[in-house]
Ligand binder design. Sequence first.
Ligand code: SF4
Length: 239
Amino acid sequence: MELKSDARGLFIEGMIDSTELSNYLKRKFKDEDIQKTYESLTKNHIKTARSQDITPLSKFWQTLDESYKKIPPLKCDKGCAHCCHTGVAATKVEWDGILNNILKNKIDLEKVIERSKRTIDRVRESLRSKKNLEQVDWHRLVINQPCPFLGEGHACIIYEDRPLDCRLVVAFRGQCESKKLEHAQRGVVIEETVGATVIAKIQHDQTPKFKRRKFQGAQPLKLLQHWLIVWQEKNNKKR
Ligand code: SF4
């Protein structure tokens, strides 16, 4: 099967299917290199994070940002937010990182929720329905609507702590011109190959031992709208 990359083997044009992406990456990098990167990111890396007094997840975000410097610069820019009009999912550890950012930057989450009432209500309705939730197309509920964290001037208000989903949809050749994402391209660096597993491992290691199950390589994901509902319900209970 032909790989969807350019002559330099760097980009996948229009690839937004995660299975297709994962198959691509497996063919692009050697297994042993993927394994080495995973081990370095999960072991040495976590120790470095502690010595720098930052969270392991922040350390991973820094590494990913560094890895993008080795390849041609992104064309993504503040205000270009086509890829912020789709469903973004995050693990609990990524959501915790977002909550820290919200606290640090004094962001009013109730206002964020009010602004995205339409999509949040759709997700809430599905959660309350008697539907088989396994069969709900979660992304369809929010597609073509702005992400709750898209702020003024089409800038992300939690940019430093945005989840992996957002970091993997990037443009190298030119700014995207459509919300349909057909112009979006994913950068292909080896750190991305193991990104989801590294994040899952960070979450696993942070889970209290009595609650931990054997590490399976992945952690559950929720749409950002779903995390906001969870936050709001918890908050309402505290009042
Ligand atoms: S979290 Fe930020 S970068 Fe990600 S979709 Fe939302 S606004 Fe865009």
